[in-house]
Design a binder for this molecule. Structure first.
Ligand SMILES: [Fe+2]
Ligand SMILES: [Fe+2]
Length: 474
């Protein structure tokens, strides 16, 4: 179904055909706009921004580009096209028709999953609200705002499901999604990572590379859901999410590229000399990577999880790319899980497959993360250096699950607690690192100009030149 832009709320779900729902969402809309003005990108609400907007949900040409002020962005409700006769793809209900309504027995579980997913979307906008003040270029500023408006739209995607399928509880949850705020003492966001402000651009690229990628894998798992409206919502969100990870991957690549240029110019790898020249030395990039990768891993939950097992059994949440697996029932199989043995070594435990679904998803995520690392390393090798960036061990600095608070180093070795404590500051950004990165953050707003610590992108947005005025500040 085509997207109807004549409506107050653009949508492809025939909102006009359900007056009650339409009215409820039209009442929520001004609350959303108030939230956006108050906690969206600070001080840029009157800027003209070159943004893309969804116009159809098919693979080709879903986006149209134009210049607009962010509060005028057409946030709406877009579901991927329905698959005729879609069947449940995994678990005990395998092969039965998918659900167009929420089965009573799964109501609270589904609502909790949707609320948790929905909560992360506005949280990230809140975390990033001050970043515009220190943008390294107009190109980057525009990308930040594109990510922000789309996270706002992802909130709409979840709020639609709450309003349309969960009655009064759903409407209350939709209000709460605007009442909790990132870092708020009394009403924080649900997940810890989403309560930390993102106040520098290196962290923003790491967040969009690692944390948005967690989002990608959560959405992929929910896109498998037997609850068809959730599946179709998440499928379309994934097409938007791809751009967020592109911003992260190319952002980090451009930092590395610039650093390599300065290394060449100065003929040194010495971090102090590179910092003196205003570049971000690669060991600092590695420490930021260690930090963001390890905290994003926790978002997948514990390795052994009875919740994950029941989501799979009931058809609520599958594995990413479920069709690629051979066994969709998983009643028999086992998963070999490496755990600490409590004596400084490891032991392998056999876990029923269904209980290991979080770990299976986390492993798929790790493989996906590694693709970018390989690309960054190719840049370094091509410049003639033997330094390599690497993902730390998935057991490093974990806060959740079997490896929580274990003294594991980035290479995966278990150390004595004291040694680990002493070495940890060298593995993650120190106060000094953070202060240095912060000192680099300046407002660069001349079209085509880049901050000294980052290379220009290879190309602009939508075939426009890099020096296009992507944001016009008023
Ligand atoms: Fe999102
Ligand atoms: Fe995202």
């Amino acid at each position: 179904m085509a997207i109807d832009y004549q409506e107050l709320i653009p949508n492809n779900v025939d909102l006009a055909g359900n007056r009650t729902l339409q009215r409820a969402l039209e009442q929520w809309q001004p609350h959303f706009l108030d939230w956006w003005r108050e906690l969206g990108p600070s001080d840029f609400q009157t800027a003209d921004v070159y943004l893309r907007t969804a116009t159809s949900v098919d693979a080709k040409g879903w986006a149209t580009y134009g210049t607009l002020k962010m509060p005028d962005y057409r946030w709406g409700i877009f579901l991927a096209d329905a698959v005729p006769d879609r069947r449940i793809g995994f678990g005990d209900e395998f092969g039965k028709p998918v659900w167009q309504q929420v089965p009573g027995e799964h109501r609270s579980t589904l609502r909790r999953l949707i609320v948790t997913q929905g909560d992360t979307e506005p949280a990230s906008v809140e975390q990033q609200r001050l970043l515009g003040h220190t943008c390294p270029s107009l190109y980057d500023l525009r990308n930040l705002f594109q990510v922000n408006v789309e996270e706002g739209r992802h909130l709409w995607a979840m709020v639609y499901l709450l309003h349309a399928y969960f009655g009064r509880d759903g409407r209350e949850e939709a209000e709460e999604l605007l009442a909790r705020h990132s870092g708020d003492r009394d009403k924080p966001r649900i997940l810890g990572t989403f309560n930390e402000p993102i106040s520098d651009w290196l962290s923003f690229y790491m967040f969009t590379y690692f944390t948005d990628r967690d989002g990608k894998f959560q959405l992929k798992s929910l896109a498998e859901s037997a609850f068809d409206p959730l599946s179709r919502s998440c499928l379309f969100m994934l097409t938007e999410e791809a751009h967020h990870m592109f911003v992260g991957e190319t952002g980090i690549a451009r930092v590395v590229k610039r650093t390599l240029e300065v290394m060449k110019e100065l003929g040194t790898e010495d971090p102090a000399a590179l910092r003196h020249a205003g570049a971000i030395d690669l060991p600092t990039v590695q420490r930021y990577l260690n930090f963001w990768f390890s905290s994003s891993l926790d978002l997948f939950g514990a390795e052994v999880s009875s919740n994950a097992a029941s989501y799979f059994a009931t058809g609520i949440k599958g594995r990413p790319d479920e069709a690629n697996f051979e066994d969709h029932i998983c009643r028999e199989g086992a998963f070999a899980l490496e755990e600490p043995d409590g004596k400084g070594g490891t032991t392998t435990e056999s876990v029923p497959l269904r209980n290991a679904m979080n770990e299976i998803t986390r492993n798929a995520y790790i493989r996906d993360c590694d693709i970018g690392v390989k690309r960054w390393n190719r840049l370094i090798a091509k410049a003639g250096y033997s330094i390599e960036l690497a993902l730390p061990s998935p057991h490093f600095r974990r806060g959740i699950g079997a490896w929580a608070r274990q003294p594991v180093d980035p290479a995966g070795r278990i150390l004595a607690s004291e040694e680990w404590q002493a070495k940890l500051p060298g593995w993650i950004p120190s106060e000094e690192d953070r202060a240095y990165i912060k000192s680099l953050m300046r407002h660069v707003i001349e079209p085509g100009r880049m901050a000294a610590w980052i290379a220009p992108p290879d190309r602009g947005i939508n075939n426009l030149p890099v020096n296009y005025e992507y944001v016009h500040l008023n």
